[in-house]
Design a protein around this ligand. Sequence first.
Ligand code: PLP
Length: 430
Amino acid sequence: MATILTEEQILELDKKHVWHPYSSFDMSLAPFPVVSADGVRLTLKDGRQLIDGMASWWSVLHGYNHPVLKAAAKDQIDNMAHVMFGGLTHEPAVKLCKTLVDITPTGLNKVFISDSGSVAAEVAIKMAFQYWISQGQKQKNKIITVRNGYHGDTFITMSVSDPENGMHHMFDNVLMEHIFVEAPQCMFDDVFSEHHVQDLKQTLVEKSDSIAAMILEPIVQGTGGMRFYSPAYLKRVSELCDEFNVLLICDEIATGFGRTGKLFACEYADISPDILCVGKALTGGFMSLAATLTTDKVAKGISEGEAGVFMHGPTFMANPLACSVANASLELLLQGNWQALVSNLQKQLLKGLLPAKDLEQVADVRVLGAIGVIELHEPVHMPTVQPMFVEEGIWVRPFGKLVYVLPPFVMSDEDVASLTAGMVRVVGRI
Ligand SMILES: *Cc1c(COP(=O)(O)O)cnc(C)c1O
């Protein structure tokens, strides 16, 4: 395909007109123009190739430019790229919903498809509120959550994301106030004891009458600190939600589709929430798509309520192109050997990252499934550090004190070794 802009022109226009995630217009750090991606490698405009440690933020599972995903997209484009979902339905959507129902924890039978993770979490919370309104319990209008969570950048999701890492201070005049309890302190390998849920229990005793739902990321708190916590803690959270008549929302937008070593992280605790969000890896990183699943009980409650319908409906809901690619990606995942790939990645990441443990600037090294984390004592200085990774031939995008990778599942041992060695070298020079 003809490219007509030079690297300088791209950077100039970018600097002038384009917002990037969490960016400002007077930041000195320019982005790197990328022209293509194949397998686990990104190709920059200047010809350099980088081994991709980020999987485009948790989403690329089978590698970039995958022939099966491309074929699914091309077939669907020739048929219909999009059609509205109000009053119409189509095979790509019903197939996708059926697969999601089949592979997620039991009881989640009703699927609402949306376009991004934040919207899927937004929809989950709206379902919970609308459920209780329908039950005549309008006073249940708060969400309870744990600290260090992350559920998106829209207003309700921001209001239940970590108040310190998040944007609560800046937006305290406009954010709705929800209820925070202590972050999980019982980490992945720790022995659970009842005192780990003391704060949650006490808060539920005092406030459950006003609480619609509890939302949290199962097992891995991603953006809020890359913290891996105990399945036994999650199990107890689920029991307490039942006991106190609070719906449980599990946000598997980051953890879903095998990333943690289970297909869904809820499986570690053998729980089934009332509402579950998926996103990120749903199309194998090909395009934006997300979904919110719920139980017959919640769906029936909403449908029998005053409104009679669930009050949400995105214009591009269940876009056939995205659904087709999701179906192809899930088929690749489920018919492939993802468990073996992820458990091997866990081994290789641990082997490659452990040497960082001896560095004095490093506070912790941890790995779960295909997630590898080096936690530093101090936040990194991005304008210095970002180009250092590129010089090493790897794509790693740290935030705060966290230098982490989530490789596509298909990364070879050799590439993992190069990726982790580059990370350790860069961290060593910080
Ligand atoms: C990324 C993420 C979201 C938000 O998804 P977007 O697609 O970026 O809107 C929500 N929850 C979790 C746990 C996430 O990791």
